[in-house]
Design a protein around this ligand. Sequence first.
Ligand code: FES
Length: 121
Amino acid sequence: MTDALTADAADAALELPQVYTRHVFCCFTQRPPQHPRGSCGANGTQPLWERLGKTIEATGRRDIAMTASGCLTFCQAGPIMVVYPEGVWYQPRTPEDIDEIVAAHLVGGTLVERLVVVPRV
Ligand code: FES
């Protein structure tokens, strides 16, 4: 057996995920309402992230993924999400913002500039 075949077998055994075209990380951190750092959870992320998951699923695109994350360190600006490979940080506020990010960026590849909170480097 060659090394390549061995690596393929190992990958299959581990059920490694596919490489995504775009991968979104969303902060699910919830701190108490009076916490000095604030949190995305305290700023109402739950319905937005639920909308994001359902909207991504509705695209039928298996190459776009969403993963729940811990604190992404921009707590006061939450809800915060980051899209890779571009490394674009978004601050969606409404369900319509989520729909726009999915359609324009995740599917279409065009940034939604009005919702970007951290400049790209
Ligand atoms: S709590 Fe979401 S970025 Fe820190």
